[in-house]
Unconditional design. Structure first.
Length: 294
């Protein structure tokens, strides 16, 4: 069974080789790698990416596609998926890497599943800026649409999913209006129709990088607005639960951004509730001082 792995790349030529090689070095041999270059043609990043890709010109498992101009990550992923020949597809960010048994283990897992399971994720590790590694214990599987909609399900979907191509095509791929959180957006629409499985074999190493807190807040607001029709279709009690979870995430990023005025307003909002706010404030303080000591 051919597995297609799409690697969108933008302004990261220095980590691209590591990502590509992590796919080529899989214990599962029936793979193809599709690198989609989303750099602008006249940019230094495009020239440097071309130099990286020149090393793979004679590698039959690697294909290199170039966008005519920067179109964003969602579009790059869709370009790669459209070119994919595999029955299963996956996506790998250009600064992350697969562990050698990932694809073989996940293919085996998916072959064991009923037909209503269309995607799978593996156990993963996050490298925190080269200082410390954290193994995440997310292991839920099955019908997790509501949890994904609320952004409380964390399978690291940007680099960790293996998806039946028929399912990806059925939902129309990535929504190109999303410049951030496009992986969460795709996951939620997939889980509206299909179930997800978990593979306990460690398969992904995520290399953390900084994203500004204001951009995280903007992405959260955009996500909430785009998914409002989905939320409106829920029973009233689930709509309330959704708003609470979004408020908790928003408070988290307001505190990390030191925006204490808006954070205080949110603490006393009806969506959140005082006890939930207090627990979250304590959690953010703990995270801050833990990372400061590292």
């Amino acid at each position: 069974m051919l597995v297609s792995i799409i690697i969108p790349t933008y302004q990261r030529p220095t980590t691209l080789t590591r990502a590509i090689n992590s796919v080529l070095q899989q214990t599962y041999s029936d793979v193809e790698v599709i690198v989609v270059d989303d750099n602008n043609p006249e940019s230094a990043a495009r020239r440097e990416t071309e130099q990286v890709m020149a090393a793979y010109e004679k590698e039959p498992k690697v294909r290199y596609l170039q966008h005519p101009h920067n179109m964003n990550g969602s579009a790059a992923r869709n370009t790669g998926a459209a070119a994919a020949r595999g029955e299963l597809i996956g996506f790998l960010d250009d600064d992350d890497e697969f562990m050698p048994p990932k694809i073989a283990s996940m293919v085996t897992r998916m072959q064991e599943l009923p037909t209503d399971y269309a995607l799978c994720y593996s156990r993963y590790i996050v490298d925190h800026y080269g200082k410390k590694q954290y193994t995440f214990d997310e292991s839920r599987e099955g019908d997790l649409y509501f949890e994904s909609l609320c952004r409380t399900f964390h399978p690291q979907p940007g680099s960790n999913l293996l998806i039946k191509k028929t399912a990806f095509d059925a939902i129309g791929g990535f929504d190109v209006s999303f410049e951030r959180s496009q992986d969460l957006e795709l996951l939620t629409r997939l889980l509206q129709r299909y179930k997800i499985a978990y593979d306990s074999t460690p398969g992904l190493l995520v290399h953390a990088h900084n994203v500004s807190f204001p951009k995280r807040l903007e992405a959260l607001d955009f996500y909430t607005k785009k998914f409002q029709p989905f939320v409106a279709a829920l029973p009233n009690e689930k709509q309330i639960a959704f708003r609470k979870e979004i408020a908790k995430e928003k408070l988290h990023w307001l505190l990390r951004n030191h925006d204490y005025g808006n954070a205080l307003k949110l603490v006393f909002s009806p969506e959140l509730g005082l006890m939930a706010a207090i627990k979250l404030v304590v959690s953010v303080i703990y995270i801050h001082f833990t990372h400061k000591r590292q």
